[in-house]
Design a protein around this ligand. Structure first.
Ligand code: URA
Length: 244
């Protein structure tokens, strides 16, 4: 509108000029329309792999991977965590130990396996002459603590999978040790019992994987420690054969 026209309308006491509501969308309508347009113009990720690719996770280095994990809100565990628990150890480890998810102590400190189960894991490592951080990397299926230490859901594990996949690609371990049923079943995409998964060399995308009991379970079922010892000896023999 020209200044001259504005002046005339003001003189006539007809300014400011109101538009009819019927020809102007309400704010809510406009937002909905914009969202609809966005929905139709943006192709939605179809799976965790698509989302991971869209975020560039498969190309990330350690630093960007860890920082992406630390701000992840892909699943409801992000709402209750204190902090993410990325993993700890040698970034070029031969041995990769994978548990299920952080507990209370891990959630408070940001390091995996630092509670009672962690102490037992350290003893298990020492029994086969290994040490946290020295040729060993330790992480979990999910990087945030499930409330009340419940098992992670299938969806939570799926949402977190691209991070673990990238960690494994970066570490290139010679052998993966799945600690407990949750880790084993998620990594092997299997419903089989832990007893049927033990004692075998499985394949995880080209990396040998063996299964043993979770240290937290061993703390409750002391009689199973002998079986875990057998698994560790088996793991050592596999590692020896891998090194030729
Ligand atoms: N249990 C796990 O599976 N992971 C941890 O980090 C601690 C306890």
């Amino acid at each position: 509108m020209s200044n001259r026209r504005k002046k005339i309308l003001k003189e006539l006491d007809l300014a400011p000029v109101w538009r009819s509501k019927s020809t102007h969308p309400k704010q809510g309508e406009l937002i909905t329309a914009e969202l609809d347009e966005h929905k139709h113009s943006t192709s939605q990720p179809r799976s965790e792999n698509d989302s991971a690719a869209a975020l560039g996770i498969p190309q990330m280095n350690w630093k960007s991977l860890e920082s992406t994990v630390s701000t992840c809100v892909a699943c409801p565990l992000s709402l209750t965590r204190t902090q993410t628990v990325f993993g700890v150890g040698d970034e070029h480890a031969d041995w990769l130990f994978i548990g299920e998810g952080p507990g209370a102590r891990e959630d408070a400190t940001g390091e995996p396996f630092v509670g009672q189960a962690g102490k037992l894991l350290d003893q298990m490592l020492a029994a086969i002459k290994l040490k946290r951080g020295n040729r060993v990397y330790i992480t979990n299926i999910v990087k945030c603590r499930p409330p009340n230490n419940r098992n992670p859901t299938l969806n939570e594990a799926k949402q977190c999978e691209p991070y673990l996949t990238r960690q494994i690609q970066l570490i290139k371990p010679k052998l993966i040790v799945a600690l407990g049923k949750v880790a084993a079943q998620n990594l092997l995409q299997s419903d089989d019992s832990i007893s049927s998964l033990r004692g075998k060399v499985h394949d995880y995308s080209g990396t040998p994987l063996i299964v043993t009991y979770h240290p937290a379970y061993l703390l409750r079922a002391l009689s199973e420690k002998a079986k875990a010892w057998k698994d560790l000896c088996f793991a050592v023999s596999i590692m020896k054969s891998l090194k030729g």
